[in-house]
Ligand binder design. Structure first.
Ligand code: DGY
Length: 325
């Protein structure tokens, strides 16, 4: 019987490698260029690939791919043309739920950091400028009593809503902007009566904070553009832990520079790992390097789920966490 061959495009934590090694041969790379990925995926040497969201599987690559499955090390799968994969009999899996709490925690870190000018304050201190407490020193925006607008009330959006309520915020949401569908109390569960659904236009114009929790699709690309930024309150804060291209990053740089909005907290970027010109120099941009799910438990849970998906795919079985077209 031939052994199963797994390709991991970038080192993942345990128990991922152990699960894979128990099931076959494992090659673990330290990141792969698009050309290296193409060569490996079309070589016929591997049964299943475990990629990162930065590894793109478009229709052209999938048409030539000689693999059984793609076990994405992420909940998001906008890097894979899932319909094209299905057309070629290639299974796709992801890692849902296990990172909800960690990503919601990162959202609050960005919200608080941007609102309370954490980056500026930390720089100020480290540069030796702190000469004593000052009533006007580095004053930020109110959080308790402010309105948080959640764009996309899925699993992570709901986890953020719970945290925001704990901070005494008023929580409004649009379930799937720019369009919407009514969300029932049953679907809201224990959030029913504690959060309010509003049209997207209202959310843009009335929120003190807007936090993005939509998947990246054609409809959500540049959901936040120059027009939306201009309609937000001048005291508003934008938080993005979803996907970079949901925001027109050049328009955001202009809006932050011109103080059209107060600040932004970003964990994801339009052209990762590059940042839009001028973004890194802005004092009102609180930036993290795509570490939304970077808690020990979440990352090892993702590794387990991706490896379990991969082993099932190698056996020709339906993966436990399957992504359907
Ligand atoms: C995800 O899981 O989609 C994250 O963005 C990658 O950690």
């Amino acid at each position: 019987m031939s052994t199963h061959r797994f390709l991991v495009t970038r080192e993942i934590p345990e128990p991922g490698p152990s699960i894979l090694k128990d099931a076959g041969d494992v090659v673990i790379k330290d990141g792969m260029s698009a050309d290296e990925l193409r060569e490996a995926v079309t070589s016929g040497e591997y049964d299943v690939v475990l990629p990162q969201v930065s590894d793109t599987f478009d229709a052209e690559l999938l048409a030539q791919a000689k693999i059984r499955g793609i076990a994405n090390y992420a909940v998001g799968y906008n890097n894979i043309d899932v319909a094209a994969a299905a057309d070629h009999g290639i299974a796709v899996g992801n890692t849902p739920d296990v990172l909800n709490e960690a990503t919601a925690n990162t959202t609050m870190l960005l919200l608080l950091g941007a609102a309370r000018r954490a980056y500026e304050a930390s720089e100020y201190l480290r540069e030796g400028k702190f000469t004593g407490l000052g009533p006007n020193l580095l004053v930020g925006q109110d959080i308790t009593g402010a309105t948080l607008g959640i764009a996309g009330l899925g699993r992570i959006g709901k986890a953020v809503a719970h945290r925001a309520l704990g901070f005494g915020m008023n929580v409004i949401f649009t379930q799937r902007p720019p369009e919407d569908r009514p969300v029932s109390d049953d679907e809201l569960g224990d959030l029913a009566g504690r959060v309010s659904q509003v049209p997207w236009d209202e959310l843009i114009e009335t929120s003190d904070y807007i936090s993005l929790h939509v998947p990246l699709t054609e409809d959500t690309t540049h959901l936040i553009d120059a027009d939306v930024l201009q309609r937000m309150k001048s005291t508003a804060v934008l938080v993005n832990t979803a996907r970079g291209p949901v925001v027109d990053e050049n328009a955001l740089v202009r809006a932050l520079r011109d103080r059209e909005i107060f600040a932004a907290g970003l964990d994801v970027f339009e052209n990762e790992p590059q940042l839009a010109e001028g973004l890194a120099e802005l004092p009102n941009a609180f930036l993290l390097p795509h570490v939304g799910s970077a808690e020990v438990g979440s990352r090892s849970g993702m590794a387990r789920m991706a490896a379990e998906n991969a082993v099932a795919m190698a056996h020709g079985e339906t993966p436990p966490y399957e992504v359907m077209p």
